[in-house]
Write a protein that binds this ligand. Sequence first.
Ligand code: SF4
Length: 450
Amino acid sequence: MALTGMDIYKMLPKKNCKECGFPTCLAFAMKLAQGGIEAEKCPYMSEEVKQKLSDATAPLMKTVKFGYGEKTYTLGGETVLFRHEKTFVNRNRFAVMFSDVMSEEDINGRIERMNKVSYVRINERMYVEIAAVKCESDNKEKYLGLLKKVKDECKDAVPMIINENAEIAKAAVEEVKDLGPILYGANDQNYEEMVNIAKQYNILLGVEANNLEELYKLVEKIHALGYKELILGTKAVSAKKAFEDVVNIRRTALITQDRVFGYPAAVFVNRLSKDKFLQLSYATVFVEKYASIIVLDDIDYSIALPLFALRQNIYTDPQRPMRVEQGIYRIGQAEENSPVLVTVDFALTYFIVSGEVERSKVPSWVLVPDAGGYSVLTAWAAGKLSGKSIAKAVKDFGVEEKVKTREIIIPGKVAVLKSDIEDALPGWKVVVGSEEAALLPKFLRDYISK
Ligand code: SF4
């Protein structure tokens, strides 16, 4: 159970010296109990107490890492069951499954499709982060051959070694050790050897059991061996059971405050169905509750687009709109005679609009006023996008010094603002643009050819 402020206070040196930045030891204890600071801030604690407090005040769900360099990923560390209570912090990662009993053609097809998935949405590049490589042949050479192929050809993915044979697992980790792989497959029979491998290479270890009771006992045994870089999974083959398992793991960690289940979870949606789009539907459920690694058979664009968009939406702070900085943005080689378009500072709107302007190949300026982080119509309805706010942005961002043109293009959906803007911006003419961003390329080409 978590320690209270008073429990912590009893362990402190009670000097009230303020060196921790708090006026009293009691104030420090209260803050430490809330998880807002680290025990190390007090220089007078014994190492034993410091360790005890660090363990007791650590997040209920552990944060773990895998990968390498810029492709280092963090999983877990969640503090709430429901996103609207605060926010989810470490987004799940998607994996494509490979097996050493698959045909060459099938393997090549999956590699080609996953490598093709690479695009930018709201300033973030989307791609498949994990290649899960399963050993089903029990043939070391065959498995290592597949792992090497995946390592060489899946350009963005970190390998997840799925293997219950400790001897093959060790050789596999050695093959890809520089990529910070995940070793998945510790079970009741092999856990001691698997923990030794994970410890030796300092990598994330996937632990799996038939059900949650067995999983709980297995994690306790692994804790007794001193290893805590874990991700948990069950062998559920129905969506209902898999869902119950991940929800119970998360609830046990956060509500019962039992750190045995205080780890991120993995779900293999490819075990729940062989249908591509049913796998996609299940994956959307587990993005929301509560898988940190979701393994599918295959990820092409038709799977990636909805999944990555959903993940990006779920793993944002619901109390803060996703905004871009207000200002005047230059798209292409825009110069003093280039068109000036207005949009809003809601990130999704801005990136869609700027993407369409780029697609038009018409160098342009995009003016982003303070619109409260809302979409165009919401900002207008909330009074955040008005003639005054647009005129203020024109002045604040020096638009009149950047361009000779005195025309400004506004989104078609707020055509009603035309006269307001012209009143607030004497000398400027307002042109009503297209209603939809997708129509901007045609609109801009027509506009400059007039
Ligand atoms: Fe108390 Fe330690 Fe803070 Fe000093 S540094 S006030 S002893 S908690």
